[in-house]
Design a protein around this ligand. Sequence first.
Ligand SMILES: [Zn+2]
Length: 95
Amino acid sequence: MNRKLLDILCCPFDKSDLEIQVIQETDSQEIIEGLLTCSTCQRYFPIIYGIPIMTPDEYREKSLELPNLERWGLEMHTKTNSFKIADSKTAKELE
Ligand SMILES: [Zn+2]
C-alpha cells in the first residue's frame, strides 16, 4: 500500500481519518505491514502483504488476522468478536 493512499483512506464506518502505525515499509514508501486505527470507533484495520483489510466486521476473519497482530506485539480483544483496539495505549506501545 502506498503511503499516499493514506490521504484518501478513511474509516468505512464513520468516515473519520485513520492513524497509522507502520510495521514494515519498503524504501519506496510502500507499506507492507502496518495497522490503521480509527480514533472515533476504535476499530483497527491491519495492513497485511501491502493490503489494508477494511472490509466490514462480518466479513473479516479474526483467526486469520490474529497471528499477524501477535507477531507485531499487539494485544487485541480475542474473546469478543469486535475489531476494536484493546485500549488507547495499544497504539502508543508500538512506537
Ligand atoms: Zn471508525
